[in-house]
Design a protein. Structure first.
Length: 185
C-alpha cells in the first residue's frame, strides 16, 4: 500500500503526463496560430474591405463560407484533440494504463483572476487608446492583447501547480509580449 507521501507525489506526476510530451503545447500553439492569422486578416482594414466587397458581389456564397468557417474550425480543433488522445493511448502511454486528464487544470480562482484581468485590460484599453473612424485596430488590439495576458496568467499558474518549468516562462513572456502588443504602432 502506498504511503500518503507517495500519493501526494503521484498526483502531480500523473497530472503532468497530460503536458510532458508537448502534444498539448503543439495543439494549443496551432490553435492560437490559426486564430491569430484569421483575426489578423478578418479584423484588419484589408480583411473587412475584402469581406464587404465579397458580400456585395457574391452574397450567398460569402454568407455560406462564413457560416461554415466556425464549425470547420471547431471540427478541426476537436479532431486534432482526438488524434492526440489516440497517439497517447496507442504509443506514448501504452503499458501505463489509461490516464484521464482533469476537466479543469487550473484552480477556479486563477481562472476568475485571469477573466478579471482580461476585462480590465480590454475595456481599459478600448477607453484609453486614441480612436479614429478609420482605425479599427485601436478597438480590437486591446481585446487581443488582453486575451494574451490572461492566457499567460493561466499558463504561469498551470506551470507552478504542475511543476513544469517551461510553463511559467511561456506564461510570463507571452503575457508581457501580449501586453506590449496593445501599444505597438
Amino acid at each position: 500500500m502506498a504511503t500518503p507521501q507517495e500519493l501526494d507525489d503521484l498526483t502531480p506526476r500523473t497530472r503532468r503526463l497530460e503536458f510532458d510530451n508537448g502534444l498539448s503545447d503543439l495543439h494549443t500553439g496551432l490553435v492560437f496560430l490559426l486564430l491569430g492569422l484569421l483575426s489578423a486578416f478578418f479584423l484588419s482594414s484589408a480583411g473587412i474591405t475584402f469581406y464587404a466587397r465579397a458580400l456585395i458581389l457574391h452574397r450567398e456564397p460569402t454568407i455560406l463560407a462564413a457560416l461554415t468557417l466556425l464549425p470547420l474550425f471547431v471540427l478541426l480543433t476537436f479532431g486534432a484533440r482526438r488524434v492526440i488522445d489516440w497517439i497517447r493511448r496507442e504509443w506514448i502511454w501504452k503499458g501505463r494504463g489509461q490516464v484521464m486528464p482533469l476537466r479543469v487544470q487550473t484552480d477556479w480562482r486563477v481562472s476568475l483572476g485571469a477573466t478579471v484581468v482580461w476585462l480590465i485590460l480590454a475595456i481599459g484599453g478600448m477607453i484609453a487608446l486614441p480612436r479614429s473612424a478609420s482605425n479599427v485596430d485601436s478597438l480590437l488590439r486591446p481585446m487581443v492583447a488582453a486575451t494574451g495576458v490572461a492566457t499567460g496568467i493561466l499558463y504561469f499558474a498551470l506551470g507552478r501547480s504542475l511543476r513544469i518549468t517551461r510553463y511559467p516562462w511561456v506564461g510570463a513572456i507571452g503575457a508581457l509580449l501580449s501586453g506590449g502588443l496593445a501599444y505597438c504602432p
